[in-house]
Design a protein around this ligand. Sequence first.
Ligand code: SIN
Ligand code: CO
Length: 382
Amino acid sequence: MAFSNFDTHAFLRDYWQKKPLLIRGAFGNWANPLDPDDLAGLACEDHVEARLITLDRERWEAEHGPFPEDRFGALGKMPWTLLVQAVDHHVPAVAALIDDFRFVPNWRIDDVMVSYASDGGGVGPHFDHYDVFLIQGLGQRRWQVGPRCDEATPLLPHDDLRLLADFRPTDEWLLEPGDILYVPPRFAHNGVAVGDDCMTYSIGFRAPSRAELIGGWADDLLESLVDDDRYEDPQLKVQANPGEIGAEALAALHAMVTEKLGDKAAFARWFGEYSSTRKYPEVDWGPEEPFTAQELREALAGGEPLLRNPASRFSFVRGEAGAVLLFVDGESYDCSGVTAAFAEHLCAGSVVEAGPDVVKSDPAMDLIATLFNQGSLGFDEG
Ligand code: SIN
Ligand code: CO
């Protein structure tokens, strides 16, 4: 599947982070990539994050998985929806949906949540903190969107669900398979299944909060700071009032903080490692016995492509003189020459071929062996 009817440049300019957009028939050849029974099967597995939301006479209830296999058959006529997180980590055809959205950088992409709803099912009117593309996969869903919300927007009292107390839709559409609704962060929205067998694929994004950035970066810095790195004042002068924290002292104290926090190269390394850390480390592709660089070299020389583990995260920053700092699953790798070019190639697409220069390069093969043996890369085993 691929977009046949969607201008990504115009979308980024006019809608991304700005306003909702309905995209009718964005895929020329939409085919629902996952069977509802297989989704239910995933929701019964340990290590898969799943929720079941039911609406029983105006009362919203949320249950968390894993679910017993007979749970869904027992729901009867009340509207319900099952939501499964990170389905792309388990189902390659769902992971492939992300390929069309790669006009957004890897580090902003979260995962694909898939929902299945019975007639009338939904999660209720709410807002999310992130952008989302809601692809209608199977059946029909009525989507309504409303204004942008904030922390002050009133919510219904509920232990588990953040539902809007007063949702006033401004637009409404009935989505058919292959239609997409884009909803920017904090816009109120509500999707209700029209008829049974309604499946929605949510391509979800992420954006760090300032609190998360400051907290995470400061924690990282703290690990390298020593106790005797301390305020010093060998030029101390008598001051008129000993109670004053003088301007010079304040400036020196402030500089002690900002010099460290302002180190851009160290920040880039920390942020790359932080943002490439896996959300679900359980999806383990690591081989039972580690491969040697030589064994991998032989396989790659035979034309075998490498696949990125969909649960792994890949990104890079450019350094000086063609150097590349590669980030994979929370670790950073300094790359130059052939390895730097390969690192960029690795970040660009989910299937990666290693050319003859890569196969000949010892540093490139060492990098591949490390990534392969830790399960970030693998071969297609069908
Ligand atoms: C759904 O798939 O039903 C819910 C997605 C959302 O509203 O965020
Ligand atoms: Co939502």
